[in-house]
Design a protein around this ligand. Structure first.
Ligand SMILES: Nc1nc(=O)c2c([nH]1)NC[C@@H]1CN(c3ccc(C(=O)N[C@@H](CCC(=O)O)C(=O)O)cc3)C=[N+]21
Length: 284
């Protein structure tokens, strides 16, 4: 038996068509949601991601606001663009593409953002609200993972979830989401200081592999019937190598492909955050 696919590409497409309906309803009320992106420098990967986000916006009817700065931009230059987007009523949400070029400090930039316009859900206020149980934008990758599991009827309630990696975008924040009453999972966060990774993995009903270590999750460590989400992105000879060994597909009941799994869901949740923010604003 080989694992069933947690199809991020198809699920993201379904979510996008649902969002298109909500965007159309907002437009009836005279509101056009707009996503802003701030891209600093000329890293081709970052440019590719930002372009993808604007393509996604066009698909669902969200307006695009693109701001670009050269790699030589000062801290002040970047912060000025953030102030401008905070003040722009056409921009209902935005992201500052990370990482910023060397010499720029991302934290003061992120803190300066209007938390109500935080499309990534990674603003200190957003993470604080999530910890406190106050409504607000949610981190895109964790939210995408929850949606992907839900829409494939994978049980989260009561599940033992093991997360690999303590990065802010996924590992650090996903436990806050999954341990809410509405999700009700038990979450263990493993990292490079974890003494016996296999011990934790063997009891997991759901594995979220976000360490960025190629093929870290081996078939012999996975509980038969588990759901395994491959979030890691490493590159070898131009191809994506995930954190999950291909042999895991023979043990797990569910597996997310990479590419085609969590990545497209992350993008769909960015759009979701923009639409939700615009609806919140419209409803006061
Ligand atoms: N402020 C900010 N917010 C972000 O959300 C953010 C960021 N900065 N910096 C970079 C990372 C990376 N990221 C990805 C999203 C989707 C795919 C994605 O859709 N990937 C495709 C394939 C891509 C390929 O083939 O290279 C897939 O998984 O199927 C990948 C990577 C968002 N990031």
């Amino acid at each position: 038996m080989t694992a069933q696919i947690l199809d991020g590409k198809a699920t993201a497409a379904a979510i996008k068509s649902e969002l298109a309906v909500r965007v159309a309803a907002l437009k009836e009320r005279g509101i056009v949601p707009g996503l802003g992106t701030v891209l600093v420098g000329d890293d081709p990967g970052s440019r590719w991601y930002v372009n993808g986000k604007h393509k996604d916006c066009a698909e669902v009817g969200i307006a695009s606001i693109q701001r670009e700065l050269p790699a030589t931009a000062s801290q002040q230059d970047v912060e000025d663009v953030v102030r401008e987007l905070n003040a722009d009523p056409a921009c209902t949400g935005y992201i500052v593409q990370l990482p910023l070029p060397k010499g720029l400090d991302p934290n003061p930039v992120l803190e300066l953002m209007d938390p109500d316009k935080d499309a990534d859900g990674l603003h200190p206020t957003s993470l604080g609200r999530l910890a406190l149980g106050i409504e607000g934008p949610l981190p895109c990758t964790p939210l995408g993972i929850v949606e992907l599991l839900r829409r494939h009827q994978v049980e989260i309630n009561g599940a033992e979830v093991v997360v690999l990696g303590r990065g802010v975008t996924v590992g650090r924040s996903i436990g806050l989401l999954l341990t809410r009453k509405s999700e009700n999972a038990t979450v263990t966060l493993c990292h490079t200081g974890t003494r016996d990774l296999a011990y934790h993995l063997r009891k997991a009903d759901i594995v979220v592999a976000a360490a960025g270590v190629p093929h870290l999750v081996k078939p012999e460590d996975v509980k038969p019937g588990a759901a395994v989400l491959d979030v890691g992105v490493s590159r070898s000879e131009g191809k994506i190598v995930g954190d999950v060994h291909p042999g895991v597909a023979e043990v797990a009941a569910w597996i997310s492909p990479n590419p085609g799994g969590v990545g497209p869901m992350t993008r769909a949740m960015l759009l979701n955050n923009i639409v939700v923010a615009a609806e919140r604003r419209a409803d006061g």
